[in-house]
Ligand binder design. Structure first.
Ligand code: PGU
Length: 409
């Protein structure tokens, strides 16, 4: 019999979101009458918008014609989409050849871990999107969990707390490491300022490290002073790559489309451009994003598509305000609950002093029939926090908030 890959044995539990689904299903089975509402996983709920649907349809129709049919495409994406991403989303800060179209940011994170291998030190914001850590454990760059149970060996956790404004102490970044950084942040909803990103870039450069900047929620930024991309920061081209996604801006969580940016200047210690190996990897173990999805993405980047994207993200941001309002209510205030995020991000991050995340998760599920995400699932510094997702229908979110307003804490 084959030996199990020991890296997988190092994982301390199942992936966070299926774990939550399991608990929800068990609760629903035991309480068949409960009308459960999810403010848990960040999964889009609103229909695709009409102009983007037209873009998808048009490509489907073309594929049914002799002249319009296409098979495998360029593994790095349609040239027209790469150019449009560079022009519209990066306003020329990157070139089309630096854009690699993919089937989503999560899949790119997995491939990035494959690219850098098992001997690279990894630093993450704590709390963080679990894929950065779990994926690092899977490739052998981290693990097993240390005796104290506070995290995986080989991972440098950089606490992001209310006290430091959810921006970490960068002196903790190890030399020659991979630094995952997400802004707007999942789960805290914090958005790094230009000055903060400038200090991140300076730290990465002085440590010889590479930043993996996850901007999957950039479309939720409304404050014009906040940076949408790491490449707005001078010097980032030598020390950062960026991953991003069409999932949240245009509801492509199921359609699947994302991209990465690898600047030409980014190099390994031996001088090899990272772009060279990334191109080799993408052309070898990825066969290109769906041509249909790419035409939907293209439609989202013209004037009509941009307007629809704005409307859709505004819809979810309105939910975030509804959630913030209920969490500011008397029952939460009395318990000392502190509220963060939700202004330029689709997540509201709430601290329940003196309580455990999973305890609050169970309490909210049991008494309100609302699913949320326990902060502890995002890392040790997430303990005592709950993440509320604003992805949901307005009426469902309003109903969930109505129930939360009577939660006894
Ligand atoms: N990056 C961040 C920071 C995310 O929060 C998510 C989704 C992704 C990437 C995934 O983007 P795709 O382009 O769709 O692959 N986070 C959601 C969904 C959970 C999950 O496992 O991806 C969340 O609730 O955190």
């Amino acid at each position: 019999m084959l030996n199990r890959n020991k890296n997988f044995a190092n994982l301390s539990s199942g992936y966070l979101f299926p774990e939550i689904s399991k608990r929800r299903a068990a609760y629903a089975k035991a309480h068949p009458g409960a009308k459960i509402i999810s403010l848990g996983i960040g999964n889009t709920t609103e229909p695709l918008t009409s102009h983007i649907v037209e873009g998808l349809h048009a490509e489907v129709t073309r594929l049914g014609t002799a002249e319009g049919y296409s098979g495998y495409g360029d593994e790095t994406g349609l040239p027209s989409l790469r150019a449009k991403i560079a022009e519209v989303l990066y306003r020329g800060l990157v070139s089309a050849e630096e854009v690699f179209v993919s089937d989503g940011a999560k899949c790119d994170i997995g491939r990035i871990q494959y690219l850098f291998g098992s001997s690279v030190p990894v630093a993450v914001q704590d709390p963080a999107y679990p894929v950065y850590v779990d994926g690092s454990v899977m490739v052998g760059a981290a693990g097993p969990v240390s005796a104290g149970g506070t995290g995986y060996a080989g991972i440098t956790y950089m606490p992001c707390t209310a006290e430091n404004g959810f921006f970490p102490d960068l002196s903790a970044i190890p030399a020659n490491s991979l630094v995952y950084f997400c802004s707007p942040n999942n789960p805290t909803g914090a958005v790094a300022t230009k000055a903060q990103l400038a200090s991140l870039v300076a730290a990465a450069r002085s440590k010889g490290s590479i930043i993996i900047f996850d901007s999957a929620y950039a479309s939720f930024i409304r404050d014009p002073a906040l940076p949408l991309s790491i490449f707005e920061i001078p010097g980032a081209r030598e020390c950062a790559m960026e991953i991003s996604s069409f999932s949240k801006p245009i509801g492509f969580t199921g359609v699947r489309l994302g991209w990465s940016i690898v600047p030409k200047e980014l190099r390994f210690a031996d001088g090899t451009p990272v772009m060279q190996d990334w191109t080799r990897l993408m052309t070898t173990i990825f066969n290109g994003a769906s041509n249909i999805a790419q035409h939907g993405g293209l439609a989202s980047l013209d004037a009509k598509g941009i307007a629809e994207t704005r409307e859709l993200t505004d819809y979810y941001l309105k939910n975030a305000q509804t959630i913030r309002t209920v969490l500011a209510g008397p029952n939460f205030r009395k318990a000392g609950v502190e509220i963060f995020g939700g202004d330029n991000a689709p997540y509201v991050w709430a601290r329940f002093p003196g309580r455990k995340s999973w305890e609050i998760f169970d309490l909210i599920l049991d008494t309100c029939h609302v699913v949320c995400t326990p902060g502890a699932g995002f890392g040790p510094a997430g303990e005592s926090f709950i993440r509320f997702s604003s992805f949901g229908h307005h009426d469902q979110v309003a109903e969930a908030c109505e129930r939360l307003s009577t939660l006894a804490l």
